[in-house]
Design a protein around this ligand. Structure first.
Ligand code: NAD
Length: 506
């Protein structure tokens, strides 16, 4: 029976089947729209994780030896299953995360695009060949899988972020242990079920739920060769340092504070539309959310706020089950309290709260984890609503006097995930693109998330490690380069006769 049809604790998925594990510890999974606990999730013991690693280790030799074209066949089938199960997957995501069904489907589609990318994996794994690097000497290179890889993922994209990882790792010939967020764990299990249905051999993809104990086991077990992490910066830095100290290849994609610079010549209607989606979509729980707008000149600031304020006040906040909902709840009651704490401190620090989302209640869902959209004006760079990633629907507007001041703000911030400039001036845009110390840049595009056949990743404290995720960088991360030099003695062909056999057998 699928995880979607079961009551009771969310199972692990180890060696091709559900497992309850051996832990006596469990975590609460909420329905964020009601604020009620909907399920329990087991928090794996080190032994549970080791069982999953052993399964992945045992599956590795045969999977690595499977031709890339055959591995791709599994991905083609998995893609079909994702499409066929889209409604069910979106329901699982929305129920445990809270985002609207449209938003959930959009995120699953972004994961599906990574699966489409790896359907062409033989092309990506092609090596290079040089004839005659010396007399009778050739050189060629190949990319080989690492072995057992692990993924540790955040709560905000329970389908998409795991699909940034395991399809690429597995298509490259690795086996995988996924440790999804314990806050919305069911989707990962459903994805593993679908991979099995698509023809993946058991043990190639395992899912274990858990917290620090499970993660620390993955970080220290010598059978694990590579670790992909997506989550907050404090944990990501720990994962990177601990994983590297244990001899593993690690990529850790972390927190963000994405600035959108609005120049005086920008199309302000377009900019306001962009802010509505980028700041409040998914209740601001996106690592590419715009959480700071830097306006250049007071005129742009005043005009933009005039356009935004009524729209933010009018945002339809509610449960995903209501088709009129534009913005769902945040993930847990604890998260709601944390976000409201930031809003309180922003007011106390002297920022102007133009729209206050603290008092929003949703009829029939009074205990739901809802925070309404907020706009702060006159934010300065010392305030913690500016320095910290709030991860909620709270927008800060910082008024800069010049373009140079705006660029300096972007570059001085500790995070470097995404940024955007809104302008009609090609010269300003070109200069911005060239000088910002940020991994993903948009020009009149507010959330410049790279498509699946490019790679996703920030700079500064938004990414630890050398590789961005998915696309060509993902393939490089999940493979090792081997370069071969060959010399074959000449002469044996002299006098040899190579005849085709009679009867057309070649
Ligand atoms: P988180 O750091 O709390 O959790 C991420 C993962 O780490 C989870 O699987 C969790 O179980 C595990 N974890 C938590 N505490 C741990 C500990 N002490 N030791 C070991 N593992 C631990 O992040 P979150 O709240 O789930 O997600 C939100 C964060 O993720 C935000 O900071 C957001 O910016 C970031 N994020 C970044 C990207 C990106 O691509 N840069 C994408 C999505 C989310």
């Amino acid at each position: 029976m699928s995880v979607a049809d079961q009551q009771g604790p969310v199972p692990h998925f180890i060696d091709g089947k559900h497992s309850t594990g051996s832990s006596s510890r469990s975590g609460d999974v909420y329905n964020p729209a009601t604020g009620q606990i909907s399920r329990q999730v087991p928090l794996a013991t080190a032994d549970d994780v080791r069982t999953a690693i052993a399964s992945a280790q045992a599956a590795f030799p045969a999977w690595a030896a499977t031709a890339p074209g055959k591995r791709a066949q599994v991905m083609f089938k998995f893609r079909e299953l994702l499409l066929a199960n889209m409604d069910q997957l979106a329901e699982i995501v929305s129920n445990e995360h809270g985002k609207t069904i449209d938003d959930a489907k959009g995120s699953i589609t972004r994961g599906l695009e990574v699966v489409e990318f790896v359907c062409g994996i033989p092309q990506m794994l092609k090596g290079e060949y040089s004839e005659a690097v010396a007399t009778n000497v050739e050189s060629y290179s190949m990319r080989q899988p690492l072995g057992v890889c692990a993924g540790i993922t955040p709560f905000n994209f329970p389908a998409m972020v795991p699909m940034w990882m395991f399809p690429v790792a597995i298509a490259c010939g690795n086996t995988f242990v996924l440790k999804p967020s314990e806050k919305d764990p069911s989707c990962a299990v459903r994805l593993a079920e679908l991979m099995l249905e698509a023809g993946l051999p058991k043990g190639v993809l395992n899912v274990v739920h858990g917290d620090k104990e499970a993660v620390d086991t993955l970080l220290t077990d010598e059978r694990v060769q590579g670790i992909s992490f997506v989550g907050s910066t404090a944990i990501g830095q720990y994962i990177y340092e601990t994983g590297c100290a244990n001899g593993k290849r690690v990529q850790a994609l972390c927190g963000a504070k994405n600035h959108m610079v609005v120049m005086p010549d920008a199309d302000l209607d377009q900019a306001a539309d962009a802010v509505m989606g980028a700041a409040y979509g998914s209740a601001g729980e996106r690592c590419m959310a715009v959480s700071v707008v830097v306006t250049v000149g007071d005129e742009a600031a005043d005009a933009l706020i005039e356009k935004l304020a009524p729209r933010v006040k009018g945002l339809q906040v509610g449960p995903y089950t209501d088709p009129a909902t534009e913005m769902g709840p945040v993930i847990t009651p604890e998260s709601k309290d944390r976000i409201n704490g930031y809003i309180d401190r922003g007011v106390a620090a002297g920022a102007t709260l133009v729209v206050d989302g603290r008092e929003v209640t949703v009829s029939g869902h009074e205990d739901g984890c809802f925070v309404g959209g907020c706009i702060f004006d006159n934010v300065t760079k010392e305030m913690d609503i500016y320095t910290d990633e709030i991860f909620g629907p709270v927008l800060s507007i910082v008024r800069a006097e010049s373009y140079e001041e705006a660029v300096k703000l972007v570059n001085d911030h500790e995070y470097g995930n995404g940024t955007a400039i809104f302008t009609r001036d090609g010269d300003a845009a070109r200069d911005f693109v060239s000088r910002v110390q940020i991994g993903m840049v948009g020009v009149n595009v507010p959330i410049p998330v790279p498509v699946a056949y490019h790679s996703f990743g920030g700079w500064k404290r938004s990414l630890f490690g050398d590789h961005s995720i998915h696309g060509p960088e993902g393939v490089r991360f999940y493979t090792r380069l081997k370069t071969v030099t060959t010399r074959w003695p000449s002469g044996i062909r002299e006098g040899a006769v190579f005849n085709f056999k009679a009867g057309g057998e070649h």
